[in-house]
Design a protein around this ligand. Structure first.
Ligand code: ATP
Ligand code: MG
Length: 579
């Protein structure tokens, strides 16, 4: 609970004033039946006269007005407090997700994160609002009405004491069944969101594989399960209302019966009986509210647990212990010293095994290897997208863990294999690389990435709007925009992970050419499937099953590395066969 204090603190006054307003409403509620009994008993039966009745009537109206003000004020502050709380919590949750490492992100489903950010927090928000409005009012009304009932007629009030235990048992069963059902409902909602999110992000793939029917079935299943679980959960709520209403009615009947006899026996007045019936209703209603709060509370606890899971996720990659916090990447020398790495720490097999490697400033290094050999994993260790499990990765002689993440990642530009653009203009997207870049600068680097040509052929040029993920440019154009975006960072180390796979060989050659001319001092690591993409690199590293199988220039590798020459012949043979 302590962790939530900081979300309460800024709205503390609303958290306190809200319930105070509700107390006004509660007191009014308890006083009204008593005033009514006075009108009947004193005003009418004792014949105190019209003036007394009017005075009492006016008092009742004033009380009602005060109650109304209390109700409105209470609701207003409750909304202010709960929305503020939710807003801050949501902000922190989002911030936490932004700090997640790649490995942290791998643990959660995007759909589930969205549910946690939206639905779960809204649930908490509603609960707080309900608590602020009902948390004092329901028990206050219960106690107030009980006190009034007992002070008006203790004997008759005993009737209530007979009903309360019965009702308590009913509420216990309602809660016992409600608890697990709400938890299930929330899980089903999660499943639906995961399905929807995955489908919507990949709708193009779904269509191209004509999997709409399959997806619809999948959605229908998740949707039906959500519906069924909601109905099961809501049944508990639906069932609880008639039970309480019935209890109210039976109790009222009993009170009227016994009270009627007391009136006949002249030991009670009709006014008191009227007030009494009102108090009975209040007592049972407040019991219903309390049970409703508890029921909703169980649902909220499930949501709170899911939010907490994200907040409590230990970010396994931080720069808190960085000893060279102010160091920036100056030269771009990279060294791997006995590096071992795997994604799933329980797996036996390493994804990267005993990697020893030095890349000098300004060098161009190609990385070649079959799919799944660990190329992407290797380069992702340099900007610390993942951390090595054993051994060290050093940049300019400093362990990457000792840089601040910001300095390290501004020094290392990486074009990821699965790269995306964001909705917005091309200009906005390129400015991710450097938000202060001038138009000339942008154009210069777009030219290097061979992107300026097609950008200027668009009617809106750099102001062309990109769809989500950059859907309205071709695959090769997207890759070139991603390269330009990385170039604008002017990094000391530039890593291209298969970033020209969709670019034709002539354009690719021009990109390599401009890299040679313009990125002299930049260390370049280029992962490629085609040997032609890296053939003129200073050095080529051959990865095989997570290990370095060879290293050297093209000629050297052709002589010494069988894995390399195999790839070379497989690619040239294909060309021969094709031509
Ligand atoms: N995020 C991840 N979580 C778990 N395992 C992963 C993850 N990314 C990659 N792997 C696994 O690690 C191994 C190396 O993958 P990596 O992406 O480094 O290969 P690659 O050489 O880049 O392949 P490709 O040429 O297809 O891009 C593979 O066995 C892959 O299944
Ligand atoms: Mg890869």
């Amino acid at each position: 609970m302590k962790r939530y204090w900081k979300y309460v603190k800024p709205y503390l006054s609303a958290f306190i004033i809200g319930p105070i307003f509700m107390i006004a409403e509660t007191i009014g509620e308890v006083v009204l039946p008593w005033l009514l009994s006075k009108i009947i008993d004193v005003g009418v039966l004792e014949g105190r006269g019209v003036l007394y009745i009017i005075a009492m009537g006016v008092t009742m109206i004033v009380t009602t007005l005060i109650m109304m003000a209390g109700g409105v004020g209470g609701a207003w502050f409750a909304i202010k407090a709960s929305s503020g709380f939710a807003n801050d919590l949501r902000k922190d949750l989002f911030g936490q997700i932004q700090r997640f490492s790649f490995a942290n992100i791998d643990q959660f489903n995007t759909g589930s994160l969205i549910t946690r950010l939206t639905n779960d927090i809204t649930q908490i928000q509603n609960m707080i609002q309900m608590l602020l409005r009902m948390g004092l009012r329901a028990p206050g009304m219960l106690i107030g009405a009980l006190i009034m009932a007992f002070s008006l007629n203790p004997k008759l009030a005993l009737v209530i004491l007979c009903v309360i235990p019965l009702l308590a048992v009913a509420i216990y069963f309602i809660l016992k069944t409600g608890f697990p059902r709400f938890t299930t409902m929330q899980k089903k909602l999660d499943a639906l969101n995961v399905t929807t999110q995955e489908n919507l992000t990949n709708i193009r793939v779904v269509k191209s594989f004509v999997r709409e029917q399959h997806e619809e079935d999948k959605f229908r299943k998740a949707n039906t399960e959500l519906k069924d679980s909601s109905i099961r959960a809501m049944n508990v709520v639906i069932f609880s209302f008639p039970v309480i209403i019935m209890a109210t009615n039976i109790t009222t009947l009993a009170v009227v019966w016994f009270g009627g006899n007391q009136i006949i026996a002249d030991s009670m007045t009709p006014g008191i009986l009227t007030a009494f019936v009102n108090y009975i209703v209040q007592i049972l209603m407040s019991l219903m509210f309390v049970s409703f709060i508890i029921l909703n509370g169980s649902r909220t606890l499930a949501s709170e647990k899911r939010v907490r899971e994200v907040l409590d996720t230990e970010i396994d990659l931080t720069d808190e212990d960085a000893s060279h916090r102010n160091a920036a990447v100056q030269h771009g020398r990279i060294e791997f010293r006995g590096v071992y790495f795997k994604y799933y720490k329980n797996n036996e097999k390493w994804v990267l095994e005993n990697i020893n490697l030095v890349i000098n400033p300004g060098e161009t290094v190609g990385i070649i290897g079959s799919t799944g050999s660990g190329k992407s994993s290797l380069v992702q260790l340099i900007p610390r997208l993942y951390d090595a499990d054993l051994g060290e990765v050093l940049v300019d002689g400093v362990n990457v863990k000792d840089y601040s993440l910001e300095n390290l990642r501004s020094g290392v530009g990486i074009v990821l294999q699965k790269n995306v653009l964001f909705s917005g203009t091309i200009r906005e997207n390129l400015k991710w690389g450097n938000e202060y870049a001038s138009d000339e600068e942008m154009q210069r680097w777009a030219e290097s990435a061979q992107a300026h040509g097609f950008i200027s052929s668009f009617p809106n040029g750099y102001d062309t709007e990109l769809g989500q993920g950059g859907v309205n440019v071709s695959g090769g154009q997207k890759q070139r925009l991603c390269i330009a975006r990385a170039l604008l960072k002017k990094p000391k180390i530039l890593i291209l992970d298969d970033s020209t796979s969709a670019v034709d060989t002539a354009t690719e050659a021009r990109i390599r050419e401009s890299f040679r001319n313009e990125l002299d001092g930049t260390t370049k690591i280029i992962i490629a499937q085609r040997i032609s993409s890296v053939i003129d690199a200073d050095r080529i590293i051959v990865l095989d099953d997570g290990k370095i199988a060879g290293m050297g220039t093209h000629e050297e590798l052709m002589q010494s590395c069988e894995a390399y020459s195999e790839i070379y012949y497989s690619q040239t043979d294909r060309k021969v066969a094709a031509s």
